[in-house]
Ligand binder design. Structure first.
Ligand SMILES: C[S@@+](CC[C@H](N)C(=O)[O-])C[C@H]1O[C@@H](n2cnc3c(N)ncnc32)[C@H](O)[C@@H]1O
Length: 304
């Protein structure tokens, strides 16, 4: 759908990452994947994609595209800024997690751990988890460049969290993991398991209503062309029909039901408005669309 938009042109400003080696299993071509998507010639379809296929596609896609993603969006994200969304709502202002000082915080789908770095700066003890090794290498690159204690990072799938029960006070995710996971009911149960009673779980995703519209920043993105109720995943696939990128849709009601089923209480549903002064686009997120329809939904929940 377009949470992620990366330029396919050669990246330049990340050259200093060259001395951080890519793990062999994450290089393009691993496990039979080719570089078709890097050439921009993958098919985009709506079809079913299960847990294994979605997870595999995400890991490979983010490993291959992490450099371009950080090159294109790194400035907006900031090295130690905690922003929830392209609308630029920052945790520093929104305080959706509450007081973070002294808290053990799990960031899920952390990318280069910009949010975790902000949390560490406010006295929290964050752990940044991501499925992509290359994204986490960017976290290390930022920390090395700043000469600070590195953020603790863990490579894992959010649906199978490698932590003990009740290991964290808080969990958060800014567009990480949730939109890419086929079984978010299981993901919510895992987050519930690793949180202590009363702990907050706050995450942002593309606002579900956006699935009815073309993922375009201009006027063509203002006409509903598909059903909001169609939960069929968005899949990009290579010539062999293997998924190279997957996003999963849930309606607002679906999300509330899976959160409640996992044992969370919904505290708030934040729909950030597009700030009048913000002119910067992010893929399909633009001032034009942002002033008319919501682009982000942030679920603020508490573990029972
Ligand atoms: C849009 S980025 C968000 C990261 C960061 N908050 C940012 O704004 O750049 C999505 C992240 O989720 C990660 N991700 C996707 N599927 C995942 C999964 N199943 N488990 C853990 N991380 C996942 C990707 O590797 C990527 O780093």
């Amino acid at each position: 759908m377009g949470i992620v938009t990366v330029a396919t042109t050669p990246q330049s400003s990340l050259d200093d990452l060259a001395d951080v080696e890519l793990a062999p299993e994450t290089e393009a071509g691993a496990e039979g994947y080719d570089e078709a998507d890097d050439e921009g010639d993958d098919d985009a379809v709506r079809r079913e994609a299960g847990v294994g296929e979605s997870s595999r596609a995400s890991r490979h896609w983010w490993d291959r595209n992490a450099d371009e993603y950080q090159d294109e969006h790194g400035e907006f994200l900031g090295d130690d800024r905690f922003t929830w969304c392209p609308e630029g709502l920052d945790e520093a202002d929104a305080r959706l997690l509450g007081d973070v000082r002294g808290k053990d915080v799990l960031e899920i789908g952390a990318g280069a751990a910009q949010c975790s770095r902000w949390l560490a700066g406010r006295g929290a003890r964050p752990v940044a988890l991501d499925i992509s090794h290359r994204q986490l290498q960017h976290s290390r690159r930022i920390d090395l460049g700043r000469g600070v204690t590195p953020v603790a990072v863990v490579q894992a799938d959010a649906a199978v969290l490698p932590f003990a029960d009740g290991a964290f006070d808080l969990a958060c995710s800014a567009y990480g993991a949730v939109p890419f996971s086929a079984d978010t009911e299981a993901l919510m149960r895992e987050v519930h398991r690793v949180l202590r009673p009363g702990g907050r779980w706050v995450f942002s995703v593309t606002h579900p209503i956006r699935w009815a519209f073309p993922d375009e920043p201009g006027v063509e993105g203002l006409t509903a062309v598909s059903s909001y109720f169609d939960r069929t995943p968005y899949v990009e696939q290579d010539e062999q029909g293997r998924a190279t990128y997957v996003e999963h849709h849930r309606t607002l009601g679906d999300r509330v039901r899976e959160l409640v089923a996992a044992g969370f209480r919904l505290v708030d549903l934040v729909e950030p408005e597009w700030p009048a002064a913000l002119e910067q686009e992010w893929g399909g997120w633009s001032p034009l669309r942002g002033r008319l329809i919501p682009g982000t939904a942030i679920f603020v929940t508490e573990r029972g």
